[in-house]
Design a protein around this ligand. Sequence first.
Ligand code: AP5
Ligand code: MG
Length: 216
Amino acid sequence: MNLILLGPPGAGKGTQAERLCDAFNLVQLSTGDMLREEVKSGSELGRTAKEIMERGDLVPDDLMIAMIAGRIDTGNGGDGVILDGFPRTTAQAEALDAMLVEKGLKIDRVVQITVDEDAVVERISGRFSCAECGAGYHDSFKQPKQEGVCDNCGATEFNRRADDNAETVRSRLEAYREQTAPILPYYEGRGSLQAVDGMGSIDDVFGRIKAAIKGV
Ligand code: AP5
Ligand code: MG
């Protein structure tokens, strides 16, 4: 099963992708996580992407398409992939189609997670993740079971993202509205789009996503 998770910043794409990977043995391909790795490593792509990400703008399509191209099948190993944060523009959606045809793969469902913009700001400002394994947490909504210790790997160092501030979140929301939301009709026209209400607890949203992919 191959899925795309679409939704604005803070919709819960990463949170739900983690749960879906465990439940369905899928591999998460998050272009945001890949870019943050590039920034950390100081690569040429990372140096180009750093400022763009800190402004809350989108990294140019050609760079993103080249970055994901090699991972569409090599990222596998499970029973399919979850694309989290890609595609984000019409050009990326078209390039993805070409890559899938070439590999003989198809997207089974595009899950659009919808949320209130006010909730997004609250979710993003409380977000942190494990410095070791990347597991995601939240100050109010998802604390580690033992304070200061990652549930997943036991590490005790955590990170907050450089783009998680109120000003950058506004730019990221604008980029979503202007550049990403226009690809929704592209998938709707093929009958693969399922909108899911992303408000409510993490468990509730997970239940709705499972219902939306039932029968795939
Ligand atoms: P990316 O990393 O993809 O960020 P984003 O789309 O802004 O989305 P987020 O990761 O912020 O949110 P999320 O939906 O994953 O929410 P999460 O599950 O963490 O991209 C970052 C940047 O990279 C972009 O701005 C761009 O510059 C660049 N980029 C990436 N891909 C690109 C592409 N394809 N093209 C061009 N540029 C690209 O949840 C948020 C918080 O809320 C967490 O703390 C979580 O615990 C909590 N939470 C989640 N669900 C719930 C719930 N139901 N109730 C309460 N709390 C919840
Ligand atoms: Mg994310």
